[in-house]
Design a protein around this ligand. Structure first.
Ligand SMILES: Nc1ncnc2c1ncn2[C@@H]1O[C@H](COP(=O)(O)OP(=O)(O)O)[C@@H](O)[C@H]1O
Ligand SMILES: [Mg+2]
Length: 280
């Protein structure tokens, strides 16, 4: 079970003076129970990629397959793809529309024709998974804090029982504790078996939480690999709009000065190694 992207290219307004190459030469795989983060500066193509995963946009060159289903505008299985791959939009306001949180989260399963008892089960389950109890059911999704709105937006996608969850800059506008809570929630969903695709321009966040990272620069795939691969590659070549966390830069400096320390974004690990060295 995986999403496979091969040589994806997307051009907006092709053949006109507004032509923009948003993505080209993208190759990657996303597996269930895996956490992939897509990182890049504003305009690097992240949202365009997100919309391809959910069959809202289609590639003009290359291929995308979701669990072996080819994403093609003529495919008869696009509904299935949109159920398998849940997309949480960048701004909850782009997604939320119902009068109550219950109706918001019930929308997808009702739309798929699921029977009312199962709808109720799915709604309750989705809201529990994002940490919202029954006191929220009849409240308006528009009268919530930024973090709560995002939770409702995630629940409204989870109620369709997706296998993959794509989140476009879900931490935008959240404070440090809201960000931490959200990351904890996503880690729990991954543990439950979902494939997570997190989109962000926050490299530090990407390095801290991902198994795989895709780095985009002006629509091109610069690196695709583990956090260690990405650190390696960014130490060799600066990427527009992305700055390595200070702790990575510091551990790299220490390494270059001949100290046997790991080059890492984990400040606790670095501190531990340094303390052990001082003790010796
Ligand atoms: N609907 C659109 N029409 C024309 N150009 C677009 C559209 N959406 C995005 N673009 C352009 O495509 C490029 C990638 O945009 P986007 O995928 O939104 O990047 P990101 O999410 O990384 O900020 C940018 O140059 C942007 O201006
Ligand atoms: Mg975007």
């Amino acid at each position: 079970m995986s999403i496979e992207i091969h040589n994806l290219k997307h051009v907006y307004h092709p053949g006109t003076p507004l032509e923009t190459i948003a993505l080209q030469g993208i190759d990657l795989s996303i597996h269930m129970k895996q956490w992939l983060t897509v990182v890049g500066h504003t305009g690097s193509g992240k949202s365009t990629l997100a919309q391809h995963l959910n069959a809202l946009l289609f590639c003009q060159e290359g291929t995308i397959k979701v669990d072996s289903i080819s994403l093609d505008p003529r495919s008869k299985q696009l509904r299935t793809v949109r159920q398998k791959v849940g997309l949480v939009f960048q701004y909850p306001e782009q997604q939320l529309f119902a009068e109550t949180i219950y109706d918001e989260v019930a929308f997808a399963p009702r739309n798929w024709g699921v029977d009312p008892d199962t709808v109720a089960e799915r709604v309750e389950n989705a809201l529990v998974r994002v940490g919202l109890n029954s006191s929220f059911y009849q409240r308006s999704p528009f009268h919530l804090s930024g973090g709560e709105k995002r939770r409702v937006a995630i629940a409204s996608v989870l109620s369709a029982n997706p296998d993959y969850l794509v989140l476009d800059e879900p931490t935008a506008g959240l404070d440090a504790s809201g960000r931490k809570d959200l990351m904890g929630l996503l880690a729990g969903l991954r543990e439950d078996g979902l494939g997570i695709v997190l989109i962000t321009h926050d490299l530090e966040l990407a390095l801290a939480c991902s198994e795989k990272i895709l780095v985009l620069e002006h629509g091109r795939q610069l690196t695709y690999g583990t956090p260690e691969n990405v650190i390696d590659s960014l130490l060799k070549r600066h990427v527009y709009g992305l700055l390595l966390p200070e702790v990575v830069q510091m551990s790299h400096e220490l390494f270059l000065k001949g100290l046997d320390v790991p080059i890492t974004g984990d400040e606790f690990l670095l501190a531990q190694v340094l303390i052990e060295k001082v003790r010796k």
